[in-house]
Design a protein. Structure first.
Length: 202
């Protein structure tokens, strides 16, 4: 019995010694010039590099003088159903922060309320009055203003494919504005149509 215990102890000591030798050798490898042990894959390294880059300034204010729109910007993402969310306050507009910043290449998208119950004022009440050629001003957190010009106005049914609102057709910078319009559906608690204003950066 004692001899078996003695044998097991020797075996355990041998395994422990071998493990310490391996750890020591790995440590020495990290000290050899020109040798580096990488613990991150390429995607992780790219993500870290991207985080180190300076983030674009966030939009903070939207103005459309031709229709008396003057609203602060909040940031929205997706609802639980996968649709673009909307601002909580009818006085505000919501920038889709999973897409480009206004002024970057691609389609930046901003949504706002209109036609609220009991005639509560909303940011995009006058969006239906906008015309082709009108100018839209976006101010960012650095105090810089980017100007966009209305190029097209479209009306979509709520279930229509409106992917072109979010997916750019070129490499230019665009800002697209969305609001609900049409008939209010009391069952689904939403309007029947979506008014979309497409613009190009000046």
């Amino acid at each position: 019995m004692l001899s078996r215990i003695y044998t097991l102890l020797k075996l355990s000591l041998f395994v422990l010694l071998a493990l310490l030798v391996v750890i020591f050798l790995m440590f020495l490898l990290t000290l050899v010039p020109g040798r580096t042990i990488h613990y991150t894959n390429q995607n992780t390294a790219q993500s870290i590099t991207a985080l180190k880059r300076e983030s674009p300034p966030l939009p903070i204010h939207l103005k459309i003088p031709s229709i008396n729109v003057d609203a602060s910007v909040e940031y929205v993402g997706l609802t639980s159903e996968g649709a673009m969310d909307i601002p909580n306050n009818p006085d505000l507009v919501g920038w889709f922060d999973l897409g480009p910043h206004p002024g970057e290449n691609g389609n930046a998208v901003i949504a706002g309320h209109s036609g609220m119950k009991d005639n509560v004022p909303a940011a995009f009440d006058n969006l239906k009055k906008i015309k082709k050629g009108d100018q839209i001003y976006i101010e960012n957190g650095r105090g810089e203003t980017t100007i966009f010009i209305v190029k097209e106005i479209k009306l979509y049914r709520k279930d229509d494919d409106a992917s072109e609102v979010f997916d750019p057709s070129d490499d230019s910078s665009h800002l697209n504005l969305i609001t609900c319009t049409g008939i209010w559906d009391t069952i689904e608690q939403t309007s029947s149509d979506r008014l979309v204003v497409f613009t190009d950066k000046m």
